[in-house]
Ligand binder design. Sequence first.
Ligand SMILES: NC(=O)c1ccc[n+]([C@@H]2O[C@H](COP(=O)([O-])OP(=O)(O)OC[C@H]3O[C@@H](n4cnc5c(N)ncnc54)[C@H](OP(=O)(O)O)[C@@H]3O)[C@@H](O)[C@H]2O)c1
Length: 338
Amino acid sequence: MRLYRLPKNGTVDSLELVEAEVPKPARGQVLVRMRAASLNYRDLMVASGRYALGDVPENLIPLSDGAGEVVEVGPDVTRVKPGDRVSPNFLQTWIGGDLEWHHNHSALGGSVHGVLSEYGLFDQESLVHLPSHLSFEEAATLPCAALTAWNALFTGRAAGPGQTVLILGTGGVSVFALQFAKLAGARVIGTSSSDEKLERVRALGLDEGINYRTTPDWERPARELTGSRGVDHVIEVGGPGTLSRSIQAARIGGWIHLIGSGLAPGDAINPAPAMRKGLVLRGIRIGSREMFEAMNRAVEFHRLKPVIDRTFPFDEAKAAYRHLESQKHIGKVVISIS
Ligand SMILES: NC(=O)c1ccc[n+]([C@@H]2O[C@H](COP(=O)([O-])OP(=O)(O)OC[C@H]3O[C@@H](n4cnc5c(N)ncnc54)[C@H](OP(=O)(O)O)[C@@H]3O)[C@@H](O)[C@H]2O)c1
């Protein structure tokens, strides 16, 4: 089989396409023929040594998000069978319940080898079945970006009709948050660096768009658009450079879902405004397998289609990284494996 590997302290340029033996599944393990993978901002961080969660293996097989077909199962595997279409969960060992610190050490394409490979070996407990209406390329967009947006909007105080959700930018997590918020009947306000991108996400259901380049104090129009009440949920993918503004945009008692910290650098945050408004600042860490299964039921029931910006062939994985890095995309960047 062919797979990509990333030498330790390497960069996107040092990604190597190599040949290896197809592994054999041991007890409880499943061999999956990977058919597609998708990229997340975090994969750029891994490839540039900026992802500081635990130790990254030497010659890491990168990427967390993939979809494929079961080709062989080891002894005692009962959850899946050959021919099933599946995805592995981002945090391999987080099946359900609360996040525990040790789950972080099972992150695909970071702490453990990932999915940019023609075959992958996974514990049966980490796998979920794909929504039946999705292609492998579409399903490969779900494990990180979609599950993070789902976890934010539905596993705490759920978003719903009459509420307003604020999304920042038009990347993978934010576009899924838009789609899920609209499914739930919420109104969505979005920011972006580009008027053209805002036009394109309006076609996906965005109610109001604000260009944060031409309107750097975007929190003001965001509040005004809610009759000065403030928004109920913020999908906070920016970090220190956006968090103070997100706090200003939120309503009293609103929820800020802390998702990203690297896109928008900035100064230290004064916690007082969040305290005075009684906000909930809630860290989100992708999601458990049980959340993934619940999300896939909703995706299938509503025939939700992920937004794919561009799909690259397996041989052009580096170009896919470069495209994500350029931030010209809307939604997801995918690599077709076969
Ligand atoms: N905690 C978790 O579990 C979790 C899970 C997934 C992702 N994340 C994090 O969430 C963030 C987004 O990830 P992603 O994969 O969705 O990224 P992505 O697809 O690469 O999207 C990045 C987009 O963010 C927007 N952006 C850049 N700078 C911005 C700024 N200063 N203010 C507002 N928007 C800005 C840009 O869109 P426009 O050009 O439209 O502005 C850009 O295209 C990353 O920091 C990632 O590490 C965390």
